[in-house]
Design a protein around this ligand. Structure first.
Ligand SMILES: *Cc1c(COP(=O)(O)O)cnc(C)c1O
Length: 365
């Protein structure tokens, strides 16, 4: 059995650290804010090598808060990649703006500077750049286009903790960035959790205030915000896991290297292209095949779990029917062919070889 995700195995491997972290919070009875949150924010900022980090309740809230903190005029047009999780676009609408989708490359699954330039209209005020599957988008070129057109950049780094571009970690390339600690992410809490990072001190303060009822001090509400704080229990759990994250990402890379070596030229498989100037965090290893459903069934019969990210491109969802962008994207055509192979710190290159052998048997039939 090759699992897609093994959170129980991960817990067993670091159980005493986790149990101690939880006990520390229960003993302190400091459940909201406090030292665990402050320490985690500092440690995660240091990990991403960015100056500011604000813990929030989840990355969907984080994106909404980050966009609100930019202070764009109401109803601004914000560009969002056609293939992502719905949170990337949902946050735009929830923050009072309008979504327009743009396509990503079929090779890296990220948007490009050229694609962005072509999609910008006079109404465009910002772009959400998703580092999809854990590979950083080419931010140097994207930021140059954004700057030339005076638009803001929000990095959706929900899948890209620890990922690097030209040796620099994601989270500080745009005006603001957002990370998810949903349990299945590369760094996962034991519930919902997220973080906003930025190099802009004022933006960090504004985001922190929005996430905490528009205040810094206890009853000093400067404006109406909301409640989207990171729980101290989750912060303590994340602190226990963070020292393992770089090693876990290295293990993911070892699995990916085996897949890339053993699956090249097999059947009609399209392997992901990895840019030479990145450290990929390999949240997901996504291939394409016209025989996707049969291949997934074959793997399942061999005891190998797979996933699909994402089965329907965002513009094709009922939620976005009113935008009238349905079926206009390469992402829409690709959606039926995407297959996520198992990857994670619970797997070894030998497991990847087992998966690759099963895939080769499928195409040899
Ligand atoms: C998981 C994810 C989110 C949302 O994260 P939550 O913490 O679950 O709200 C946003 N964007 C992308 C690309 C994601 O993968």
């Amino acid at each position: 059995m090759i699992k897609f995700l093994d959170l129980q195995g991960q817990y067993r491997s670091i159980r005493s650290d986790i149990d101690r972290a939880i006990a520390r919070v229960l003993d302190s009875a400091h459940f909201i804010g406090g030292p665990e949150n402050a320490a985690f924010e500092q440690e995660f900022a240091a990990f991403q090598r960015v100056p500011y980090c604000v813990g929030v309740a989840n990355a969907t809230d984080g994106l909404e808060i980050a966009i609100e903190a930019l202070g764009l005029p109401a109803e601004s047009e914000i560009l969002v990649p056609a293939n992502s999780f719905i949170a990337s676009s949902e946050a735009v609408t929830r923050a009072g703006h309008s979504v327009r989708f743009l396509d990503a490359e079929s090779t890296t699954y990220n948007i490009t500077a050229e694609g962005l330039r072509a999609a910008i209209t006079p109404r465009t005020r910002a772009v959400v750049v998703v580092h999809l599957y854990g590979q950083p988008a080419q931010m140097t070129e994207i930021s140059a286009v954004a700057a030339a057109h005076g638009i803001r950049v929000i990095e959706d780094a929900a899948q890209a903790h620890g990922a690097e571009l030209d040796g620099i970690r994601v989270g500080g390339f745009g005006d603001v960035a957002v990370f998810s600690f949903y349990p299945g992410k590369n760094l996962g809490a034991y519930g919902d959790a997220g973080a906003i990072t930025t190099t802009d001190a004022a933006l960090a303060t504004r985001a922190r205030m929005i996430a905490n009822h528009g205040r810094i001090a206890k009853y000093d509400h400067e404006f109406e915000g909301r409640n989207s704080r990171l729980d101290a229990l989750q912060a303590a759990i994340l602190r226990a896991k963070l020292p393992h994250l770089d090693g876990w990402i290295d293990r993911r890379n070892a699995v990916a290297t085996a897949y890339l070596r053993e699956l090249r030229g097999v059947g009609d498989l399209v392997l992901p292209e990895v840019r030479p100037n990145v450290r990929h965090s390999y949240h997901l290893f996504v291939v394409r095949s016209a025989k996707r459903d049969a291949l997934a069934a074959h793997l399942k019969a061999d005891g190998i779990e797979t996933g699909i990210h994402y089965p329907v491109a965002l513009p094709d969802l009922a939620a976005y029917a009113a935008l009238g962008q349905k079926g206009q994207f390469v992402a829409s055509a690709n959606a039926a062919h995407l297959l996520s192979l198992p990857i994670g710190e619970h797997l070894t290159p030998d497991d990847a070889s087992t998966v690759a052998a099963s895939i080769r048997r499928f195409f040899a039939r």
